[in-house]
Design a binder for this molecule. Structure first.
Ligand code: GEK
Length: 243
């Protein structure tokens, strides 16, 4: 075991509520997200590939809820349109500090500006690509439509919005099956039953998933066209829609 391995929920805790993106989480974050989100390691480079297709010259690419900048750096490596810049936003100071280090240590030609900011306050303008990679799920439900509307308004024609999320299912049996399969995945990644149960409790208040129909409807409501799923592994899916 290294100090970068996620063992945050390995020992029994009296209180498991109130998951926070603090320094403890930041230290183990890459390990935590790749062992908890089936498909994360594929989704990130594919976001880079999609960004390469949809990035327009002299436009901005946004990564809202960037954490350590995985999607930003994937885009920075992949994009070849002239004059683009990436704006990476996160409201966790610990994440932003580490993200800035990662960006500084990377050798990418596209400039990446990392902002400590609530994505609800981020002005979206001249955007050809906007990415919410597993972040919309952490906003209050009542704030999600407004954000997607503002994003759509700030996008250029032909621009793409990519939203990856943990989703829930209207059908009870499917919900049970998908949850069981996700937990099987976590077991294969070395998480114990206690870790799985405690993390689940901690996330329950802060991570509130929507159904796929909810996501598609929200993107349509925002005036985006052809919203569709391009990835799914169990209860983790990614969608794309166009301005
Ligand atoms: C990746 N996208 O590796 N404003 C800004 N940031 C926020 C807000 C908010 N209102 N709410 C939560 N966050 C990343 C992974 S992690 C997903 C994203 C996960 C941030 C929060 O601080 C955290 O860094 C991130 O959203 C969610 O591609 O941990 O499951």
């Amino acid at each position: 075991m290294t100090d970068q391995q996620d063992r945050l929920f390995a020992t029994s805790r009296a209180v498991t509520s109130g998951f926070r993106f603090d320094e403890k989480v930041v230290r183990v974050f890459p390990d935590m997200i790749s062992r908890s989100v089936p498909g994360y390691e594929l989704v990130v480079p594919m976001i880079g590939m999609l960004a390469r297709r949809f990035a327009q010259p002299e436009s901005k690419l946004y990564d809202l809820g960037c954490s350590l900048g995985a999607a930003s750096l994937a885009m920075a490596v992949a994009v070849n349109a002239e004059g683009t810049g990436i704006i990476a936003v996160d409201n966790s100071a610990a994440m932003v500090a580490r993200c800035r280090q990662h960006v500084a240590e990377s050798d990418v030609a596209v400039p990446v500006e990392v902002r400590l900011e609530n994505m609800l306050d981020t002005r979206i303008e001249n955007a050809s690509v906007v990415v919410l990679n597993f972040t919309l799920q952490f906003l209050d439900r009542g704030q999600r439509q407004g954000l997607v509307n503002r994003i759509a308004t700030g996008m250029r024609t032909g621009g793409a919005l990519i939203i990856s999320e943990k989703i829930c299912f209207a059908d009870d049996q499917e919900q049970k099956d998908q949850t069981a399969w996700h937990h099987d995945f976590k077991r294969t990644q070395g998480y114990s039953a206690l870790e799985i149960a405690q993390k689940r409790n901690a996330l329950e208040e802060v991570l509130q998933p929507d159904t796929e129909a909810g996501h598609i409807e929200r993107m349509k409501q925002a005036g985006l066209s052809n919203p569709r799923r391009w990835f799914q592994c169990f209860s983790f899916a990614s969608y794309i829609a166009f301005r």
